[in-house]
Design a protein around this ligand. Structure first.
Ligand code: HSE
Length: 347
């Protein structure tokens, strides 16, 4: 039976969610998935770090309070985040990288991914920064080292999008996509339809854990722009940089605009899209659009996300589901580990 040794890099909601899944489901996974997971290290800039080659108790980790340096209270733990030691020297087969997204340079997450890949470790991550900003380099590093770099959770959390398009729609000739790719902004627009103010709705989205550390990234479209770059480069073989994608958000939409749209059955949505032009170039943008009730994305409400792939073989294929959330995003990490087991699994 395969047992994967994993180091968790960042121990906020998402990796805590993965630890919870491991605590609750490891035994079941042996039978249903053909492997189990042992946590051999954890590092977090606020909580500190810990390495235990014999494995850590996932349930105990989940129950730890969110207190500065708390890992220092565990045997073998320290209040300092020795990221490089945990990544390179915990004896892990893979890391699960779930630190915050830095939309400017992707750091420090990109360095964490590099350290792991060049040390021969697989990487699963939910972090948009390293992929949108350094995807080609990291993929090449993974190939050179014979390991996997998987990031399903970077777009629409655990709802299958990247692997679905890459595998199940391979050969369907994807020509473009358009989607509601940010849960926070869609939640805000939905609540504003009920008459709630923009600020109150953003505060609620923060409380519910959908929003980024800085919610400006959600409401001004910057989070969607990263996702559009990831999807376009992945599915349309584009070579887009963040600066290639025109971007605006929803902060200019008033309660009056929304009420007026509703009266005619239309809805404001923040849409990220990319299309192949006739000359082969890729045109990508992010912005608020007024969708008629007949549009396939107009009925997507609350924090739900959805994306429509435009394909030559099937016409439009639309998938919708959660785009954020602790367990939903942790599930994406599990789906990445399952993919690694399928392609690189020890027999
Ligand atoms: N802040 C993001 C959202 C989280 O609201 O969709 C998932 O990327």
């Amino acid at each position: 039976m395969t047992e994967y040794k994993i180091a968790l890099v960042g121990f906020g909601g998402v990796n805590r969610g993965l630890a919870q899944l491991i605590a609750e489901r490891n035994t079941e996974w042996k039978a249903t998935l053909g492997f189990s997971i042992k946590i051999v290290g954890v590092t977090d800039r606020f909580l500190g770090s810990i390495v235990a080659k014999e494995g850590l108790d996932a349930g105990q980790l989940v129950a730890l309070p969110v207190e500065k340096g708390v890992f220092g209270q565990l045997p073998g733990g320290t209040a300092e985040a020795f990221n490089e030691t945990v990544i390179r020297h915990s004896g892990a087969d893979m890391i699960s990288e779930a630190t915050f997204t830095n939309p400017v340079d992707g750091e420090p997450a990109t360095s964490f991914c590099r350290w792991a890949l060049e040390s021969g470790l697989h990487v699963v991550t939910t972090n948009k920064g390293p992929i949108a900003l350094h995807g080609p380099e990291l993929k090449q590093l993974a190939r050179r080292n014979g390991v996997a770099f998987e990031y399903e959770g970077s777009v629409m959390s655990g709802t299958p999008v990247i692997r679905l398009a890459r595998q199940a729609l391979a050969g369907a000739d994807v020509q473009g996509f358009e989607g509601i790719l940010n849960g926070t902004s869609n939640y805000v627009l939905t609540r504003m339809k009920d008459g709630m103010s923009f600020d109150e709705a953003v505060a609620q989205a923060q409380q519910l854990g959908y929003a980024e550390a800085d919610p400006t990234a959600d409401v001004e479209g910057h989070d969607v722009r990263l996702k559009v770059v990831i999807l376009a480069n992945e599915l349309l073989n584009a070579r887009l940089n963040v600066s290639d994608v025109a971007c605006s958000g929803i902060s200019g939409i008033s309660l009056e605009d929304i009420a007026q749209a509703s009266a005619s059955g239309a809805s404001w949505k923040l849409i990220g899209s990319a299309y192949r032009e006739i000359d082969g170039s890729i045109k990508a943008r992010v912005g608020a659009r007024l969708l008629p009730a007949s549009h396939s994305l107009s009925g997507i409400s609350g924090a739900t996300n959805a994306v429509s792939f435009n394909t030559t073989m099937l016409g439009d294929v639309t998938v919708s589901g959660p785009g954020a959330g602790r367990i939903e995003t942790a599930f994406a990490l599990l789906s990445d580990i399952i993919a690694i087991h399928t392609t690189h699994g020890k027999q």
